[in-house]
Ligand binder design. Structure first.
Ligand code: TRP
Length: 354
C-alpha cells in the first residue's frame, strides 16, 4: 500500500441544542462531503461526560443530533451514522493513546484550560484525556480527513502527534506485519500504520456570531436564547430572533471592505451569504445602500426557506425514536466491524495475545 484510503470522520457532542452555527459550520459540510467520500459521522456521547457527568436528557440529545444529521440530508445507508458508546473500540484505542501521548502535550491544550476554568484540580480526568479519545475516534477507522471548526485544530495536531509517535515507536513491529503505508511527512519518509489526519476547515463555513453581540461566537451555552437560531426553532422563532438581532444604524455598504468595524452587520451579511451559498460581496452588490429594515426581512425569508424543511423533518423524526435508534444501531454495527479490524491489527502490532 502506498496511500491511505481517503475516509472522512467527524463527531458532534450531544450537549445543548444545535444552532445555525453548527449547521453552517459542520453539518452542511458533512452533507456536501458525502457526495465524493466515504464518511463516518458520530454522535460523541462519551465525550459528553467529560464536562458534566449526569445529563437528564442524554438519550434525547443523542437522538436529536442524529435527527439533525438525517434531516440535513446525510445518508445513513451509504455512509455510517452512529453514537460513539456503541463502539467500545474507541475507548480501548483511547487507552492505548493515553499511553502514547505525553502529559506535556496534554498540558498545552487550550480547550482544556478554557473548559477546566480556574479550579483545574476539580476537572474530570476525562476532560483532560478528551483529545486522546478524539484521536482514537478518528484513527480507529484510520480516517484521513476531518471536517471541524477552527477551535478543533489543536486537537487534530495532537492526533497527528499521537499517530506519529505510535508509528515511530512501533516501526519495527509494523514493518513485518505488512500493514503499514509508506508516506512522507514533511520531507521524512515514514512507514505508518496510522495516517496523518488532515483538518477540513476551509470551505463555505463562516464564523457564525451571536445575534446579540457580533464579536462573540454563536454558542449553545449563551444564556440568551435570542443570541442564536436553533435548528429546532420554528418559523416564528427564527423570524423573531432575526428581527431582534443587534445591528448598527447605518445602511449596508456596497462592498465587503465596508463591513470592517461593523461586527453585527458583518455577521448578518455572512449568514445571508452562507445560507444562499453566495459570497458576501455578491450579497452586498444586491443590498448595498439598503437599511436593515429591508435586509432583515430578506434574511428572514431565506433563513426560513433553508431551515424550515430541516426543522420539520427533525420534528417528524423525533416522533419516531425507534427509527432513529435503529439507524444508530445499524451504523454502530458497521462501525464496530471496521473498528475491530483496526484493533486486531493494533493488538498484533503491540504484541497482545489474542
Ligand atoms: N471535539 C469535537 C468538538 O467539540 C467533537 C469530536 C469528538 C470530534 N471526536 C471527534 C470531531 C472526532 C471530529 C473528529 O467539536
Amino acid at each position: 500500500m502506498t496511500e491511505f484510503k481517503p475516509l472522512v470522520f467527524s463527531g458532534v457532542q450531544p450537549t445543548g441544542n444545535l444552532h445555525l452555527g453548527n449547521y453552517l459550520g459542520a453539518i452542511r459540510k458533512f452533507v456536501a462531503l458525502q457526495e465524493n467520500n466515504d464518511c463516518i459521522y458520530c454522535v460523541v456521547d462519551l465525550h459528553a461526560l467529560t464536562a458534566q457527568l449526569v445529563h437528564e436528557d442524554m438519550t434525547t440529545q443523542i437522538r436529536s443530533i442524529t435527527a439533525a444529521f438525517l434531516a440535513a440530508g446525510i445518508d445513513p445507508k451509504k455512509h455510517i451514522v452512529f453514537n460513539q458508546s456503541q463502539v467500545p473500540q474507541h475507548a480501548e484505542l483511547a487507552w492505548i493513546f493515553n499511553c502514547v501521548a505525553r502529559i506535556g502535550w496534554m498540558n498545552r491544550m487550550t480547550q482544556f484550560k478554557d473548559k477546566a476554568g480556574k479550579d483545574r484540580e476539580q476537572a474530570s480526568l476525562g476532560l483532560y484525556a478528551y483529545p486522546s479519545l478524539m484521536a482514537a475516534d478518528i484513527l480507529v477507522y484510520r480516517a484521513t480527513h476531518v471536517p471541524v471548526g477552527e477551535d478543533q485544530k489543536q486537537h487534530l495536531e495532537l492526533a497527528r502527534d499521537i499517530a506519529m509517535k505510535f508509528n515511530l515507536d512501533f516501526r519495527e513491529k509494523i514493518m513485518p506485519t505488512g500493514l503499514g503505508v509508506d508516506i512522507t511527512v514533511g520531507e521524512e519518509p515514514v512507514h505508518a500504520y496510522f495516517p496523518m489526519v488532515e483538518p477540513l476547515i476551509d470551505g463555505p463555513a463562516p464564523r457564525v456570531m451571536s445575534l446579540k453581540d457580533g464579536t462573540k461566537k454563536m454558542s449553545k451555552s449563551d444564556p440568551s436564547d435570542l443570541s442564536r437560531i436553533n435548528l429546532m426553532d420554528d418559523q416564528e422563532a427564527i423570524s423573531k430572533k432575526i428581527r431582534k438581532a443587534k445591528t448598527d444604524p447605518d445602511a449596508l455598504p456596497s462592498e465587503a471592505e465596508g463591513l470592517k468595524g461593523r461586527p453585527e452587520a458583518d455577521n448578518l451579511v455572512g449568514i445571508f451569504a452562507a445560507l444562499a451559498d453566495r459570497s458576501k460581496a455578491d450579497v452586498l452588490a444586491e443590498f448595498g445602500g439598503q437599511q436593515f429594515s429591508v435586509f432583515k426581512p430578506a434574511l428572514i425569508d431565506l433563513a426560513v426557506e433553508v431551515l424550515a424543511p430541516i426543522n420539520a423533518e427533525m420534528r417528524r423524526l423525533m416522533e419516531d425514536p425507534a427509527h432513529i435508534d435503529a439507524v444508530l444501531r445499524d451504523g454502530g454495527e458497521r462501525a464496530r466491524a471496521r473498528a475491530e479490524k483496526t484493533m486486531n491489527e493494533v493488538r498484533d502490532i503491540i504484541g497482545f495475545v489474542r
